[in-house]
Design a protein around this ligand. Sequence first.
Ligand code: ADP
Ligand code: ASP
Ligand code: MG
Length: 823
Amino acid sequence: MTERVVHKFGGTSLADASCFRRVADIIAARPESHRAVVVSAMSGVTNALIRAVELAGARDADGYSRVLAELREKHQRALADLVPARTAAEVDAVIERDLAAITDVLHATTLLRRSSRETLDLVAGYGEIWSAQLLHALLVTNGTPCAWINARDVLVAEWDDANVQIDWTASRVRLDERFSASNLPATLIITGFVASTHDGVATTLGRNGSDFSASIFAALLDASEIHIWTDVDGVMSANPRLVPEALMLGDMSYDEAMELAYFGAKVIHPSTMAPAVQRGLPIYIRNTFKPELIGTRIHVGPSTGFPVKGLATIESIALLNLEGTGMIGVPGTAQRLFGALRDEGISVVMVSQGSSEHSICFAVPSAVADDAREAVERAFFAERHHGQIQRVEVASECSILAAVGDGMAGTPGIAAKFLSALGKARVNIRAIAQGSSERNISVVVDAADTTRALRAAHSGLYLSDQTLSVGIVGVGNVGSELMRQLAAQSARLKRHFDIDLRVRALSTSTHMLLSERPIDLEAADRNAIARGEPLNLERLVAHVHAEYLPHAAIIDCTASDEVASQYESWLARGIHVVTPNKRANTAGMDYYRRLRNANRTVGAHYLYETTVGAALPIIQTLRDLIQTGDEIIEIEGILSGTLSFLFNSLDGRRSFSELVTHARDLGYTEPDPRDDLSGMDVARKVVILAREMGLSLELGDVEVKSLVPEALQSGTVSEFLAALPAHDAEMEATRRSAAKAGNVLRFVGRVTRDGEASVGLCPYPASHPFARVQLTDNIVLFRTGRYRDNPLVVQGPGAGREVTAAGVFADLLRLASYLGAVL
Ligand code: ADP
Ligand code: ASP
Ligand code: MG
């Protein structure tokens, strides 16, 4: 038995010569013994032909001539690229003849001053007639035996009202006349979209009708499968052009596909289904550009997977509301209403009636909204006159958003999720309808809200509640290490804890990289960001704060005051902030309070564990102590890795200035070591701890004993480094006198419960914990009511890119757990 498959290639798959080549390769590689290939016009051609007819109707001969010239050009260019000159000339001659015929028709249209439906149907169909011949010529050139037919010679169809009827018997007879069943070629190319009436007048199957052509020919040719080749991987949970994170559907039932298509998912045309459904033929939606993928299989059902298959929208909808006490309990109201609409030929897209029967609302295409209102007003003239019906309201700029899926029937909670996602995105719902098949829930929203509603509903139904849209500002040492750590862990976090971290923005101090899809953190680096666009922080933040992702977080890895000054506005917008930047917490006390309160007022979290001691658990420890009722008496600590290193190394063998230069060479200091030696960095950490203790302390309240000699405070870095040795003797004398008493020097920050805060060099006995720290260790002693005699000690490396990045990462996970993740 011959196995026959029908393939349909859409306009997007036939955009140019290289697309034709790709299609020819797919056909050549097909395993079935026989196939029919239904083609659309090259992309844009149908629209151009329709435009030409419109221009002719408007008597713009120059206009339509230009359009036709462009079409000639487009096809000639593809032909010249695809086939030998002689073949190209042959096909070209045919196209020339067609164009001459079109020109005659359009000229006549100009004279008549109006275009008829017949003119439109005749002209619009040429795109398919040309593309079929292009593909045929290419396949023949490649040595693939094939024939092509113009469906106008075979398919018989008639329009009544808004529907096209196929005359199956006549079509089958004509096909048999062309090819007896035995002599059908292995590959048959067929024009999509076009057909003829019984009288032989050219007609079409309506816009996007090639899908329908495919299933009609599948029925006529007794095919076993239909493959619809397009420019997406298959049917997705929503239009991927509108919802970037739409998911691929492995399969769906005919019913689901039909509902989705009806609700505007143009990846498949609704009427495609009928002939396929009757025969139970599976339909595959596949990507021409990725033929290795199997695509979405549409079949009898039931389908597998998530209960909601997809979301789709219908735009340009008007919502009419008929309201009045006179309708309560009056039988036949609905019948009269819809009867009046039917008499006007108006098709109602959606209906909703509250059980109080006080109002009925229904949706119609915007274009017929006025006709619908007039029809209803006429039908209820008497009731309006007597005041039983108060008004007929029209909201003319609306859209319908529908969630579709067989599995919604009997799965509780789907409607709640759908509606609450819309509520969270502050989308106003004007009407709701759920069919009793429960295969579809539809809502009417304002047109302006359409995309936002679609995206919000999609994220509510398909994404984890712990999906975070993340932006990393200031990718440098810490930021790039954080990217590395995130890249290594994100798949595991997703799999085990349903935490979906999507880094969608990166920036340096000058440039930024924004991406709809999560950025590949292994591939992206500072160079990739530098190739991006100039930094615009507001745009970056707005991008990260995508309404269709459940949460947004900015990670500030800069040390910038300017960035820190934005936190308040970000938090106010509900954007979470994670940062190792100390600037915000050491700005004015009022600003600090507002940031800390954001959690309570707007539910946005502000996390900054790494501002003191990098990843060491210092802030969290302090918080736990306070929240469990302990009283903090004093906090004292070595809070600078740089200064820790300098004094851990100062043993009289090397001078202080030598050690500073050495530390600078190792990258342990700021570019200007005075930034460390001034003690200001330590003072900032003291302020952060003090404020965490509940003290109201400003940076200026901290008594700071700087290690930078008065005379060296100005001048360049190299001048400073050159002049520092002159002060070595003084430092050595301090060290020696401390050593004589059995002490070592440590640079320490301290704050007491009374608000005394100081930073400076102090001697400590060899037995003190501060005397035993190593390298760049930080150490913090908490003296509290509970830990009075023997303080609580937190010690360990308190600087370095790896640990700091890990600390930021831990804050991000803490955020995810605040948002509901169970880690
Ligand atoms: P063709 O030219 O192949 O017929 P179309 O442009 O008519 O292609 O249809 C494919 C397009 O359908 C996709 O590019 C996509 O933008 C759109 N689309 C709308 N809804 C969906 C959906 N749910 N899944 C996939 N694609 C969709
Ligand atoms: N070319 C026709 C259209 O653009 C039919 C199709 O592509 O399906 O509507
Ligand atoms: Mg299409």
